[in-house]
Design a protein around this ligand. Structure first.
Ligand SMILES: [Mg+2]
Length: 133
């Protein structure tokens, strides 16, 4: 049985690392989330431009072309998912990414050293819950 608190919550995962993307997709699905994935920023932007409105977005920063922060910025500018909780995946020690993420006003970030899916799930739920209260 999926946890009541997360059932039917829609999460969009964007990461160019397909291995991580698949691992997280399985973990979040099992936890009761409706999952959509994109392996590029263009793919993620297309999903929301086509009308998909996620409750939560988990977005890698380092991707080819437009990066994850540019994607969040574009989604915000176009007001495509105004109430989505925005969570970034950052590389360990990248203070530049973290300061850009803070400037954009994202809801949280997860350092990619923590890539164990259960830990990422727990951290995402902690960020979602901290936003509610
Ligand atoms: Mg990446």
């Amino acid at each position: 049985m999926a946890d009541q608190s997360s059932s039917h919550k829609k999460i969009m995962l964007v990461d160019d690392d397909k291995f991580l993307l698949d691992m997280y997709a399985i973990k979040f699905s099992k936890a009761g989330y409706e999952v959509k994935t994109a392996d590029s920023t263009d793919g993620g932007l297309k999903l929301v431009r086509d009308g998909y409105i996620p409750d939560v977005m988990l977005v890698d920063i380092v991707m080819p072309g437009m990066d994850g922060l540019d994607l969040v910025n574009a989604i915000r500018k176009e007001r495509l998912a105004p109430s989505a909780v925005m969570i970034m995946l950052t590389n360990q020690g990248s203070s530049d990414d973290i300061s850009r993420a803070k400037k954009l006003g994202v809801d949280g970030y997860i350092v990619k050293a923590t890539t164990i899916p259960s830990e990422v799930l727990a951290e995402v739920e902690r960020i979602i819950n901290s936003k509610k209260t």
